[in-house]
Design a protein around this ligand. Structure first.
Ligand code: ADP
Length: 387
């Protein structure tokens, strides 16, 4: 069966067509087609919105797929608020609910809703499933998701911690538990999703009990271009004394900070190369990023009542042995000990990189959000009788 997986960014649309077997597993080569439409809504690009982007995708697919039919579409949606605690089969009411959540994700949710409406208009019989970045974290206890702000900001405006990267944290938690032969319901871990965006999640009994991103994906760890945690008074100071407005503030914290802001480069590979060559700013960036990460691991080890695993995933987590090493060196006080050779091995399989003696096993587990979305789409569409 063919599943179309759609990831609508604010100005881009990524898609994959994936083959899923009837039993939910995937064949050896599951990606039948994939592509990316960029610069949506950018003047002169010829693509005004996500409806037109999907027209473009449709043309590409007709060429590649010929007569083969797509059975269902699965969409990644950034924000599900408190309403969506799991993936959902799409109805008009669900699309409206996603649109109502736009204040929480002003760039992403309207784009996703446009894509959902476009497919519903063009192929009214095709089941669509939405998979939310936030859902997995809806199990967090209140002490983890509350900000110490006046109560009305939560009750009236929904200002709380939501967390993101949920599909990846969920998938990787399951694979890590299986790799260690631990029942997921008994599994406590710290999952480190380190890509361009980065977040750590505390897993207790297989569920999320805390996560480093917050009301938006800006909070927490040092990222490629995002600052992660900063003292909020810096923002009021810059507004008051340096004439920043909201747009400039957004750009500063989301696009000009993190590794880029500190070292001049957002790409971890290049920052590591520069640090290795002795460049001071790059070394500082690596130190700040790894120190912050190690502090989160220590905190979450407490939050989960003792982690049974520390798990690295996503672009940096899966591929950067030197960055893993700098983080793991800082975890020695927890009794963490990694095997330098295993850390250097390259593989696409989930694997343990700690020594037998390590107090906490350390794993590298490749993530695959598109695969997870395709499988969830099939599962939900079937459960709801749409397939
Ligand atoms: P996204 O959040 O966009 O999905 P990815 O998970 O693809 O991002 O991760 C992108 C990041 O992974 C980039 O910072 C890139 O530098 C980093 N990365 C990829 N391969 C390596 C590598 N071999 N060494 C260090 N960093 C890497």
């Amino acid at each position: 069966m063919l599943i179309l997986v759609i990831n609508s960014g604010s100005s881009s649309l990524k898609y994959q067509v994936r083959e899923v077997n009837a039993d939910g597993t995937e064949p050896a080569d599951p990606v039948v087609a994939k592509g990316l439409v960029e610069r949506i809504g950018v003047p002169g690009s010829g693509i005004d919105n996500h409806v037109e982007a999907l027209e473009r995708v449709n043309e590409e697919l007709e060429e590649i797929l010929g007569d083969r039919q797509i059975a269902a579409a699965g969409h990644r949606v950034v924000h599900g608020g408190e309403r969506f605690k799991a993936p959902a089969l799409v109805t008009m009411e669900v699309i409206r609910a996603i649109e109502r959540l736009a204040p929480l994700a002003p760039l992403h949710n309207p784009a996703a809703a446009q894509g959902l409406r476009a497919i519903a208009d063009r192929w009214p019989d095709m089941p669509q499933v939405v998979v939310f970045d936030t859902s997995f974290h809806q199990t967090m206890p209140e002490e983890a998701w509350r900000y110490a702000l006046p109560d009305a900001l939560y009750t009236e405006n929904g200002i709380r911690r939501y967390g993101f990267h949920g599909t990846s944290h969920d998938l990787v938690t399951g694979i890590a538990a299986e790799t260690l032969g631990i029942d997921r319901d008994d599994f406590n871990a710290v999952i480190l999703h380190l890509g361009n965006g980065a977040s750590a999640t505390a897993i207790r009994g297989g569920r999320s009990v805390d996560t480093s991103m917050g009301y938006t994906p800006l909070a927490g760890l040092v990222m490629g271009t995002r600052s992660g945690d900063v003292d909020p008074s810096i923002i009021t100071h810059l507004i008051r004394n340096h004439h920043y407005d909201a747009e400039q503030m957004d750009r500063l914290l989301n696009n000009e900070s993190g590794l880029l802001g500190m070292s001049g480069n957002a790409d971890m590979r290049q920052v590591l190369d520069s640090a290795h060559a002795g460049h001071r700013r790059a070394r500082t960036a690596i130190k700040v990023a790894s120190y912050r990460l190690a502090k989160y691991v220590g905190g979450y080890h407490v939050a989960v009542g003792g982690a049974q695993a520390i798990v690295f995933t996503a672009g940096i987590g899966e591929n950067s042995a030197p960055f893993r090493a700098t983080v793991l060196d800082r975890l020695e006080p927890l009794g963490v000990e990694y095997d330098a050779e295993k850390n250097l091995e390259r593989s696409h399989a989930p694997r343990v990189i700690s020594t037998e003696e390590s107090a906490i096993p350390v794993l590298v587990v490749p993530t695959n959000e598109e695969m997870a979305i395709a499988q969830l789409t099939l599962k939900v569409a079937r459960q709801q009788g749409a397939l």
